[in-house]
Design a protein around this ligand. Structure first.
Ligand code: SF4
Length: 401
């Protein structure tokens, strides 16, 4: 049976659910790697592996969703809660540009005191100051949160964000797109599986490209991981708007859910099966941020053709225990040592050129930056322009006067 399925994959056949399950559960790991690598080579002949220079900025850690796998969020009113000011975000953009980057990956908690207008003003301010800089921003649950707060339908929220400068939508908050799992992870209310997929459909219809993700290793079954992949494949058949798929393992430290982390082998098997199932996705990223550089390199033999982003700043998985850091020099070293050719790309996976550090001196990033220095509880001045919704924020405003 395994050999028949291997032949089917080698000849470009499409796997159905029972076939994918059979391979996931029973195919030897080297065979899964060989099959996934053949798909990668077919889609990306020439041994080019890409990466992007951008910065992961989390504009607030205040969140009402309270997913039980998340170590990053702070409840409304927490002394450790923060909102970044526009000037702080501009500083991060300046540092990103100095490293040769041209995009922010901007995501954050569901903060009730940041209305849609705050996002519009921020995006407009960024575009005014940095007209060619790209905003890869707001995963589907954040868009849904804004839709609920503003009482506007999702397409209207997306239209307003696009007018303000939104360029593309990151695929975060997908976790596992099966509602049984989402209920157990306390992330069903922030977005059901259908709601998450619908935001992506709307984004694609509005002309935006998006990514898709999967966080595995919590409470889901192997069948549910596959269900997630097949649901993504269906939407990609329908819309064709996903540029890439990224999977990572749940990071358990400091979370309410607890538990342990899946192994590197399980990561490689999951990545390879994703490469086989998602035959309509062009690009798969290696998640070295959760797996480390070595497994990141191995990922290139298990279906990945992209090393994701250089890591300038990281707050979310670091809060849950993962703290791998690679600047451009390190990413390129990992790609080349694995026998590939490293090229810089943009969010659309268009090659921009060779590594920038070979053209000019760029600052090394040997340590990850954080959203904001520990203990800095400063409040951004522009927050007072927007009506406070939470009792904690109303109280903070009163004490300022
Ligand atoms: S994963 Fe996102 S939505 Fe869930 S609690 Fe963390 S910050 Fe909030």
């Amino acid at each position: 049976m395994i050999q028949e399925l291997a032949s089917k994959v080698r000849s470009g056949g499409r796997l159905d659910r029972p076939e994918a399950l059979e391979l996931y559960l029973h195919a030897p790991t080297p065979l899964l790697g060989e099959l996934a690598d053949a798909v990668r080579a077919r889609k990306h002949p020439g041994r080019v592996v890409t990466y992007i220079i951008d910065r992961n900025v989390n504009y607030t850690n205040v969140c009402v969703a309270r997913c039980n796998f998340c170590a990053f969020y702070r409840p409304v009113g927490s002394a450790e809660g923060y909102v970044l000011g526009f000037e702080e975000i501009f500083r991060k953009i300046d540092e990103t540009i100095a490293l040769g980057g041209g995009q922010l990956l901007l995501q954050g908690g569901h903060n009730p005191d940041l209305p849609l207008e705050w996002y519009e003003d921020l995006f407009r301010a960024v575009k005014q100051k940095y007209p060619t800089f790209k905003l890869h921003a707001l995963s589907p649950p954040e868009v849904i949160h804004l839709s609920r707060m503003s009482r506007l339908e999702v397409p209207a929220v997306l239209d307003r964000l696009i007018s303000a400068g939104l360029d593309s939508v990151p695929g975060g908050g997908a976790e596992i797109l099966v509602d049984r799992v989402r209920k157990l992870l306390n992330c069903y209310n922030k977005a059901t599986a259908d709601e998450w997929l619908d935001v992506m459909r709307h984004a694609h219809r509005a002309g935006l490209r998006t990514t898709a993700t999967m966080m595995y290793g919590t409470v889901e079954t192997v069948e549910e991981r596959l269900e997630h992949l097949f649901r993504l494949r269906d939407v990609q058949d329908e819309m064709g708007g996903f540029t890439a798929f990224i999977t990572w393992s749940y990071q358990p430290d400091h979370t309410e859910l607890g538990g342990s982390e899946a192994t590197g082998i399980e990561y490689l098997r999951t990545l390879a099966v994703a490469r086989l199932v998602l035959d309509n996705f062009d690009n798969l990223q290696a998640s070295w941020v959760t797996q480390g550089g070595k497994v990141g390199q191995l990922s290139l033999a298990f279906g990945a053709n992209d090393m994701g982003s250089v890591m300038i700043e990281e707050n979310v998985v670091r809060a849950a225990g993962a703290a791998y850091c690679m600047d451009e020099i390190e990413i390129v070293r990992n790609i080349e040592n694995a026998g590939f050719i490293a090229k810089r790309r943009n969010m659309h996976y268009e090659v921009l050129g060779d590594p920038i550090f070979r053209d000019r001196a760029v600052p090394r990033m040997l340590e990850l930056a954080v959203a904001r220095a520990d203990g800095d509880t400063s409040r951004p001045p522009e927050i007072n322009r927007y009506a406070a919704r939470s009792a904690a924020e109303k109280k903070a405003r009163l004490s300022e006067h």
